[in-house]
Design a binder for this molecule. Sequence first.
Ligand code: CTP
Ligand code: MG
Length: 383
Amino acid sequence: MTSIALIVAAGKGLRTGLNTPKQYTEIAGKTILRRAIDAFLAHPEIETVCVVIGKDDVPHYNEVVTGLDLLPPVFGGATRQESVRNGLESLTDLAPDFVLIHDAARPFISRELISRCLSKLTQAEAVLPSLSMTDSLKSFEGELITGALNREEIVAAQTPQAFAYASILAAHRTFSGESLTDDTALAERAGIEVAMVEGDPANFKITTPEDIEKARSVIIKSLTDIRTGFGFDVHAFEAGNSVWLGGVNIPHDKRLKGHSDADVALHALTDALLGAISAGDIGTHFPPSEAQWKGAASDRFLRHAANLIGGKGGVINHVDLTIICEAPRIGPHRTAMRARIAEILDISEDRVNLKGTTTEKLGFTGRGEGIAAQAIATVRLPE
Ligand code: CTP
Ligand code: MG
C-alpha cells in the first residue's frame, strides 16, 4: 500500500497581514512549510510528499526544500479546492493507494496523528481528524444571539484528511464546479462515508498574526537544551583614523590591526555563539591564512555563527558584551552597536546588552595599546 502526503501551500496567507505567505515564515531557523514537510517525510508509512505552491513562490519554495527528495511542486489555483485538485491530478501516474491532504499552515502535525489517519483508512475510504467542542455553541445575527447549538452533534475539522486516492480524485473531478469547504465535504457530496479519528489540539492552523506568535512560543518552549558560550578577543591599535566596534564605524585617532576589519567585539561575540553550540572558534570557520577574509566585514562571521544555530533548529536567547578600552568612549555608540548586533543576529534589541569599561589605565588596554572584548551568549536548542 502506498501513501503520499499532498501539502497545500498555494494560499497567500492574507489574514496574517505579512508580506510573504505565512507558510514561508521562519521560526527558530525553520519555515512553517518545512516543519509540515519534515513531519510527513519522517513517517515510515509515507512514501513521499508533493507540495502545491503559488506561482509567485517558486524561489521561496526552492529555498525551503533544499536538499530534500520530494515530488516536483505543482501550481495551485485560486481556491484551496482548486489547489488540491491540481495536486491530485499531478499524482495520476503514480496512482498511490492513499493520499493524505494537509494544510501547510498546520506545522505541528504529529507522527501519532498521521498514524491514526492511516490506520483508519483500512476501514474507511475517507478519514477526518476531528476535535470535539468544549465551549457552548450559539447562533447569532448581527450582535444578537438567536439560539443554542448542540455541541454533542458538532466537531471541528482538522487536516490531514486521508482518502483512498482514486475516490477523492473522482470526487474532485465530479464536483469541481461546486465550492465546498474541505476535502471530506467533497467526499460526502460524492456519497463516500467519512470516518472520524481523534484530532490533536496541538495541530492548530496558523491563520492570524496571533497564531504566528502562538506558534513561535510553542516552538521556543520546545527548545529545552539551554547552552552558554563565552568569547574573548584582543586587537592591537595601529596608525589610522577609525575603528570598527560592535558593527559600527567610530572615528578615532588609531585603528585596530587585524586580518579582517578587526572588530574585536563582534569577534568575541562570534566565538561566544560558536562556543554555545560546541562549534570551535572563529579561526576554524574563517582561517586568517585565507586571503578571502582579508578586510572582511565581521558581520559575516557573526551571521555565520547565527546561521549555524538556526541550522540546528535553535535560537539565540541573549547575548552580553563587555568592550574594554580607555578610548574611544563606548557610551555614545552603545545604542547604535546594540541595534546593529540585534539586526545582524535577527533578534530583538532587548536580547542584546553591551557595556564599555576601562582598566583604570592598567595593562595594555590602560596604556591604549589595544582593545579587548568579552562576550557571553545563551542559546536554546532542541533536545
Ligand atoms: N491554500 C491553497 N490554495 C489556495 C488557498 C489556500 O493551497 N488557493 C492552502 C493554504 O496555503 C493553506 C491551506 O490551504 O495551507 C488553508 O488555507 P488558509 O488557512 O485559508 O490559508 P491562506 O488562504 O493562505 O490564508 P488566507 O485565507 O488568510 O489568505
Ligand atoms: Mg484562505
